[in-house]
Design a protein. Structure first.
Length: 395
């Protein structure tokens, strides 16, 4: 078995192919070692980020996959095929490539740019036109508005989307992206990242993504390889593992002193971490609610409707007098879906100045997170996660 492939990832997943680097080195003619003896597997259908300081060999690694740079030694497998033995031109048609300044042809319209690879592959005109239309919708461009413009007539973010559309045109199994979002401002970059994640959820390509920005890496990566000089992989792990358990001082330094905060964004809510406050129902009498609150020693209760959905909350103070819970309950604005990250839960708590945030499955109430349980959840999220270090990558 290949020790470098995550167990849940088959070599092919939904048409995506794994990429395997085996003992790959690149020594440039002047003797500079770009990458040395690299063993790395990019799982099929996953987005793997190569991150590291300038000059550590990220771009060299990526460009060897589509043979813009020829490896000095080693093998690179795309699915079962050895790319080092393939025809580079044919190979590049199987591999989408997106670079920092997009590389769109300046004297061709966006439509023509996006259709480049299908045209090279000899598709007929109708099929190309349909595909271009489909892709522009997919990446959030309006074909009627943008299709006949030239690249300089688009914003940086729109150009970037056009670059992604072009890379996906012939439905490649692999996408290589070299700092694709770094030429746009931070707000546009975040939007492009979110859009791109939605796109990837739909297309499920094997993506190798180069960045020097650790924030970007943890935001978009399924897995991250942190590299140091000479293409050495210091750690290969999920964002949560990387932030929770940096393998060594280099990685800890690279991910930053605020890694605890960053980890909030990549840690999901585990139902086991939720607190279960006392629960009362809209139709209950306030006298019953008071006794529930007193017997549990709590100062407030969650109010549910007859279907178990969140209605609001009831404080001990408002539970005085006669009447029903429904008449005294307050609306609960501080809630998040169970798919939310701990960061979203925390932000929601702060936004509503609430001491807790409800977690819902659809409308169904699951429990609450308080600052204490949120902290405990963050700690627990790393307890079971064993670090995957460079040592574990060696086949
Ligand atoms: N054509 C070349 N000739 C000689 N050395 C090169 C060549 N291309 C890259 N290098 C060297 O190889 C090493 C790795 O470069 P590479 O471009 O892969 O780094 P990188 O991690 O992508 O850097 P950056 O984040 O700055 O783009 C560097 O030391 C670089 O100077």
């Amino acid at each position: 078995m290949d020790a470098t492939a995550p167990p849940h990832s088959p070599a092919r997943a939904g048409g995506a192919e794994a990429i395997r680097l085996e003992g790959v080195s690149k020594v440039y003619p002047d003797g500079t070692v770009g990458v040395q003896e690299l063993d790395l597997t990019f799982a099929a259908g996953e987005l793997t980020v190569l991150v590291g300081p300038s000059g550590c060999g990220k771009t060299t690694t990526m460009k060897m996959i589509n043979r813009i740079i020829e490896p000095t030694t080693g093998r690179i497998l795309l699915g079962e095929d050895d790319v080092t033995a393939a025809d580079p031109v044919k190979l590049r048609r199987r591999i989408g490539y997106v670079i920092q300044n997009v590389g769109l042809f300046p004297h061709q319209t966006i439509r023509v740019n996006v259709g480049t690879v299908p045209r090279l592959l000899g598709w007929d005109k109708r099929r190309i036109a349909d595909r271009v239309e489909e892709l522009m919708v997919l990446v959030g461009l309006d074909a009627d508005v943008h299709g006949d413009r030239y690249p300089h007539q688009l914003s940086g973010g729109q150009r970037q989307r056009a670059g992604v559309a072009r890379a996906l045109a012939a439905d490649p199994t692999v996408l290589l992206m070299d700092e694709p979002f770094s030429a746009v401002d931070p707000i546009v970059r975040e939007r492009l990242q979110s859009e791109f994640l939605r796109l990837q959820a739909a297309v499920g390509k094997t993506i190798v993504f180069v960045t020097h920005d650790i924030e970007e890496a943890v935001r978009i990566g399924d897995r991250i390889a942190v590299m140091s000089e000479g293409g050495r992989v210091e750690q290969f792990a999920t964002p949560a593992e990387l932030l929770g358990r940096p393998a060594n001082a280099f990685v800890a330094d690279f991910v930053g002193a605020d890694r605890g905060l960053k980890r909030l964004a990549v840690t999901g809510i585990d139902v086991a971490d939720l607190e279960r406050p006392p629960v009362v129902h809209v139709a209950d009498g306030l006298a019953d609610a008071r006794s529930t609150l007193r017997s549990s020693g709590a100062r407030w209760a969650v109010v549910l409707d007859d279907d178990g959905n969140l209605h609001g909350w009831l404080s001990l103070e408002r539970a005085e007098g006669a009447g029903t819970v429904g008449s005294a309950a307050r609306r609960m604005e501080a809630w998040v879906p169970r798919e939310a990250s701990l960061k979203t839960a925390f932000a929601t708590m702060l936004q509503h100045e609430a001491g807790w945030v409800a977690v819902l499955d659809g409308e169904h109430f699951l429990g609450v997170l308080t600052p204490e349980s949120l902290h405990a959840a963050l700690r627990r999220s790393i307890e079971g996660a064993a670090p995957e270090t460079a040592g574990a990558l060696l086949a």
